[in-house]
Design a protein around this ligand. Sequence first.
Ligand code: IPD
Ligand code: CA
Ligand code: CA
Length: 265
Amino acid sequence: MNWEQIYSHAKEWVNDAGAKIRLSFDKTLNIQTKSNANDLVTNMDKEIEQFFISKIREVYPDHKIMGEEGFGDTLGSLDGIVWLIDPIDGTMNFIHQQRNFAISLGVYENGVGKIGLIYDVVHDELYHASRGNGAYLNDKPLVPIKETPVKESIIALNATWVMENHRIDHNLMIPLVRDARGTRSYGSAALEMVFVAAGRVDAYLSMRLSPWDVAAGAVIIEELGGIVTNLRGEHLNFLSQDSLFAAKPGLHQSILKDYLKEGKW
Ligand code: IPD
Ligand code: CA
Ligand code: CA
């Protein structure tokens, strides 16, 4: 398999998709809801996913595709080469703010992450990695992730998880929020993962994400020595929804042991 060629195509297509999104800022978006009134999708989410799919099918007809908007394949396994695509991660931000969203593209082989690209379109910042070859922000290498204690760490998480909710006992999150130096919430799982990779936050956790939200970020973070699991500390399967816990080494172990072990995540 020519991974260098796949990597270079992926970068080219992500750049082209970013240009399409930038052009859409001057046009009126068609906005629809999905599972609930706050679960939004636009014509651009769909167009960008279809753009990637047409490119992949043209050059790599034997590769499989898992895309958030459902134009890809229905997959029962991650056998072979699979592209995991979130055409716009942070759609609510895209609609309301025209910023704080990203394109997320992961390429996996038999369930193992090989390539990850996350493109912050508005800042023209492409975070990318291919397994074993380092991780970059545009052309600049990202430095390996260093350890940080909880009391000096910034943790990205949504306020949902610290108020009463139907997924977890929110009381379990309070000590972590209290002990950390600060918390942040950006509204794009892909960006929150690259912020862990770039050392801008020290950990990111979420109770429920889909494979396309985390596939690219996992490759980039792991390439820099960070740890990506669910909130039980188990490897993700990148096939079904799960919780997510991405963090610096050391910090990952201590948060799991001291704060998360009582939870039924
Ligand atoms: C969402 C964003 C958000 C996360 C949600 C995701 P979308 O993705 O990543 O930050 O909290 O769970 O669904 O729908 O904007 O692609
Ligand atoms: Ca998403
Ligand atoms: Ca999306």
